[in-house]
Structures are given as C-alpha cells and as structure tokens.
Design a protein around this ligand. Structure first.
Ligand code: FES
Length: 328
C-alpha cells in the first residue's frame, strides 16, 4: 500500500465552450453563495462524476475553477458554491458573490475531474472550509452505493458549520464538524492513523491541510487523494530553493527567493505577465523557456511539454537549475 497524490487532471467531459445561464443564486451560509447554472437552450449538460470541477470564464476575463457540488443526477444544471474572499480576493469570488444575477450568462470552458472517487473498502473524506464542495458529491455517491464512508469537516466559525446541511441535508449522520473558533481542531493525524487498514483518504482543503495530509500519508503508508483550493504556498515549501530568472530581451537578472513564485518575482520587477488562476491550472501565464531546467509543478502542460522544457508556468513552477532564461 502506498500513497497516491491526485493533483493532476484526470478526465475532461466538456471541451467545447458552454454558455450557461444563472438560474438560481443565493447566500447559503454567511459569505458563501450557491450558484446554479442551466443550459440556455434546454439541452442536457455534459455529465460529471464526484470530484469534478467546472472552469468558468467570468465576464471580467478571469478564469476560475469551482467544484461541482451536486446533485450529480441533475442533468440540466450545474451547482457550485463560492466563498466570498473579500477585498483580498483576486477578483473571481468577489465578482461571483456581488455582481451575478439570475439570467446572467457565464462561459464554462471545461468540466474536469482531477479528484476522481475510486473504489475502496472504506472511504474517509476530509474537507477544510469550502473544500466541502468537492467531497460532498463523493459522500452522496458513497451513500447511494451503500459504501462504508465517513466525513470530517473543519471550519473556522460556527456559521460555516451549516454548509453540509445547506448543500445536502440528507447525509449528516456520518459527519463530524470541527469549529476552529471554538477550539475544536481537526485530528487529521489520528483520522489518518485509523485509515491504515486499507481505507482511501480524500482531502480537499487549504494548502496547509493538504501538506499535513501528504506528510502523514507518507509516514503511515495511507492511500491519499488530494485537491487544493488554494495554490501551494512557496513560503511553506521547505524544498523550495532560490534561483535566478534571466530576461532574454534585456539581460536583466531577477533573483526568485524561496518564498516567492517566479510570477511574483517578475511582477515585483515591473515585468507584466498575464495571469488568472495563479495556481498552475489555467495556463494563462505560460512563458517561453530558452535555457535552464524547470521544476514543472503545474497541471496544464503535458508530460511531453514538460520534458521538452521549452515553456514554464511561472505562477507555480520553479527551477531545478540555478538559472532560467525566459523568452520575455
Ligand atoms: S495563472 Fe493560471 S496557470 Fe498560471
């Protein structure tokens, strides 16, 4: 038994752009809006499996990914839930929470599944905050199949503890909720220790939770599948090394320290690179790589493209070599 980290795109069920209409929108717990999107022509939408997400292009040009939170059987609509990340948001959650109205349209660029549910004798689902949206369809599927499963949900405030009921009133009996503000800490390691009997563990949450789960899984030999809803934080990455980016057109040399991404270092030095997800998912920030060896960490480039080493996704990827020469 080993551990398996599912950070890569596994399946696409929609590749043509779908323009969908907002058919329902409303706050389900403070700061979280549920959004239902339906076909504008009444045709059924491409199917999806638990763990899938939609990639949306917002009217302001941003591209964002949101987990589909069911029900899976609703063939004519997709439901997502969005956390309002406030003024610190890079624009996606703010726009969707504040500006969208019933009747507005959004483009769905793809329906992808990078977090598929696999058959197992027992399944342990762990979510942090809004990460519950990715695992709830799994709980629904497991419940429908009569499978052995349990769900652990960590939230910061009591007001968010109702997310499970708000999204799915039916399956709370196997669920434990931990409210951080009330001193209830998710016992991640203990839960994973209980999974060494062959259970599969699925974790969707912030980078810190995912890191802890990956470390515990490696030590305990637990089968683990993860999905992050925040990009990996380079400041928390003990393996990150500093390197130098060389701008080919000017010869400028930019030091990328271990706590910054290459994209941040370029921006800090006045070099504009278009970006959107800043998580290595959408591909908007792709830059040509003329020399040097990249440490490719994105889920955009194919294995072939990564081995050619002639482009890099600077919002997430780093360097193996001391220098990277960029086609900028
Ligand atoms: S901004 Fe989306 S992959 Fe870099």
């Amino acid at each position: 038994m080993g551990y398996y980290v599912s950070d890569t795109l596994a399946t696409d069920s929609a590749t043509a752009v779908l323009t969908l209409a907002v058919t329902d929108v409303g706050e389900i717990v403070p700061g979280v809006v549920s959004l239902t999107l339906g076909s504008v022509d009444g045709l059924p939408l491409p199917g999806w499996e638990p763990g899938a997400h939609v990639e949306l292009r917002l009217p302001n040009g941003l591209i964002r990914q949101y987990s589909l939170c069911g029900p899976e059987s609703a063939g004519d609509s997709y439901r997502i839930a969005i956390l309002d990340q406030g003024p610190g948001s890079r624009g996606g959650s703010r726009y969707l929470n504040a500006d969208l109205r019933v009747g507005d349209t959004l483009d769905v660029l793809a329906v992808r599944n990078s977090f598929p549910l696999r058959t197992s004798t027992r399944t342990v689902l762990i979510a942090g905050g809004i990460g519950i949206t990715a695992v709830l369809p799994m709980a629904q599927r497991l419940q429908a199949d009569g499978a052995d499963w349990e769900l652990h949900h960590a939230v910061r405030h009591r007001s968010s503890a109702g997310l499970i009921e708000a999204l799915d009133a039916g399956h709370t009996g196997r669920t434990d909720v931990y409210v951080g503000a009330e001193g209830m800490r998710l016992p991640l390691r203990a839960i994973m220790s209980d999974a060494i009997d062959g259970a599969a563990v699925y974790v969707c949450g912030p980078d810190r939770m995912v890191r802890e789960a990956v470390e515990a899984a490696a030590e305990l030999s637990v089968t683990l599948h993860v999905e992050r809803f925040t990009p990996p934080d380079p400041a928390q990455d003990s393996t990150a090394q500093s390197f130098t980016a060389v701008i080919d057109s000017t010869g400028e040399r930019i030091v990328v320290d271990a706590a910054s991404t290459l994209l941040e270092a370029l921006e800090d030095n006045g070099i504009d690179v278009m970006s959107s997800c800043r998580s290595g998912i959408c591909g908007t920030c792709e830059v040509g790589l003329l020399a040097g060896a990249a440490d490719h960490r994105d889920t955009v480039l194919t294995d072939d493209e990564k081995s050619r080493d002639d482009v890099i996704i600077p919002c997430i990827s780093r360097a193996v070599s001391a220098e990277l020469r960029l086609d900028l």
